[in-house]
Design a protein around this ligand. Structure first.
Ligand code: ADP
Ligand code: ZN
Ligand code: MG
Length: 280
C-alpha cells in the first residue's frame, strides 16, 4: 500500500505513525500541507492510494481531504468526518440527528438573542468557539454579568464568520473526563484528571489508565458512526449521577502526552487500519 502522510509539523505522533506504517510495508511519503497546490479536476496528484490526514489546520485538512477524495483517493479521516468534527456546532447536530446522548446545546447568532436563551436555561452554562481545540477560549458562565462580558467579546470582535455562539449545559464532572479512541472500533481510552473543570492534557490534566467499559465503548462507537469517523478520539463527560454524554469528537488523534500511561498502541492500531484498506 502507498500512503501519503499529510502533516503540518512532524510531531511525536507523526514520527510514530510513520514508523508503524513502514513496519507494515507501507510506502510512506511525508507531504507538508502548506506545500500542496491542488487543481480542481480529477487529475491524479500522487502515486499513493491512501492519504493519512494529519494536518493540524482545520482549513487545510478540510479542503485537502475534499480535493484528494475528489481525485479518487481514500482519505482518513474522510472530508465529511473532518468537516463535522472540526466544527463543534456541526458535531452536535450530527450527534443529535442520531440520538447520541450529549449535553443540551444551542447555537445563537446575536448577542441579545443568545443572552435571552441563556437566561431561560439558567446558570451555569458553557460556551466555546465552534472552531477550536486544546481547551482554548472554553468559558463557563456562572452569572448574567459573566455572560454579558463573554458575549460582548464574541459578537463585538472578529468578522461575521465568528459571530456564532455555541452554548451548552454545564456538566458537573467528578474531577475528570474520559476519552475513548475509536479505530474502526473502540480500542481503548484514558481518563483525564484535573483540579480545573477544563480537563485537556494541553491544559495540565493528568492522563490516567482507564479500562473502557462496554457501555462507554458502544457510546463512543455510536458517536464515531454519527460522523463517519474511521479513527477518532471521542470525549465523554460523566455526570456525578453516572449519566454519560458525548462532548466532542477529535478527528486528528493526539496521543504523545498519554501513550505511556494508557498503554493503548495507537500508532500500530492506526497503521493496521490504514494497511487493511478499511474505510475506503
Ligand atoms: P476542545 O476542543 O478545546 O478540547 P472541549 O469541548 O473538549 O474543547 O472542551 C475542553 C474541556 O472543557 C473538556 O475536556 C471538558 O473538560 C471541559 N468542558 C467542555 N464542555 C463542557 C461542558 N459542557 N460541561 C463541563 N465541562 C466541559
Ligand atoms: Zn477538541
Ligand atoms: Mg476536547
Amino acid at each position: 500500500r502507498k500512503v501519503d502522510l499529510v502533516y503540518t509539523r512532524v510531531r511525536t505522533e507523526e514520527k510514530l505513525l510513520l514508523e508503524a506504517l513502514r513496519r507494515r510495508d507501507c510506502a510512506v511519503n511525508l507531504v507538508q500541507d502548506t506545500g500542496m497546490v491542488l487543481s480542481m479536476d480529477r487529475q491524479r496528484v500522487t502515486e499513493a492510494d491512501t492519504v493519512l490526514m494529519r494536518s493540524m489546520s482545520f482549513t487545510r485538512a478540510r479542503y485537502l481531504a475534499t480535493f484528494l477524495e475528489m481525485k479518487g483517493l481514500r482519505v482518513l479521516n474522510s472530508a465529511r468526518t473532518i468537516s463535522l468534527c472540526g466544527d463543534k456546532a456541526l458535531t452536535s447536530a450530527a450527534l443529535a440527528a442520531k440520538g447520541v446522548p450529549m449535553p443540551w446545546s444551542f447555537v445563537a447568532f446575536d448577542e441579545d438573542a443568545c443572552l435571552e436563551a441563556i437566561e431561560q436555561k439558567g446558570y451555569p452554562v458553557v460556551t466555546k468557539p465552534v472552531l477550536g481545540s486544546w481547551g482554548r477560549m472554553v468559558a463557563r458562565l456562572d452569572s448574567r454579568t459573566a455572560a454579558e462580558g463573554v458575549l460582548s467579546t464574541r459578537f463585538g470582535t472578529g468578522g461575521a464568520q465568528d459571530h456564532v455562539a455555541l452554548v451548552q449545559e454545564y456538566v458537573d464532572k467528578p474531577g475528570y473526563d474520559l476519552r475513548v479512541y475509536v479505530v474502526g472500533r473502540a480500542v481503548g481510552g484514558l481518563r483525564r484528571r484535573s483540579e480545573h473543570w477544563i480537563t485537556n492534557t494541553a491544559r495540565g490534566a493528568v492522563p490516567e489508565r482507564y479500562e473502557v467499559p462496554v457501555v462507554h465503548a458502544r457510546l463512543a462507537e455510536a458517536a464515531a458512526e454519527a460522523v463517519g469517523g474511521d479513527m477518532v478520539a471521542v470525549d465523554l463527560l460523566e455526570t456525578r449521577g453516572g449519566d454519560i454524554y458525548v462532548n466532542e469528537i477529535n478527528h486528528c488523534v493526539e496521543f504523545a502526552r498519554s501513550i505511556d500511561e494508557t498503554g493503548v498502541p495507537l500508532p500500530d492500531l492506526i497503521a493496521e487500519y490504514v494497511a487493511s484498506g478499511a474505510g475506503a
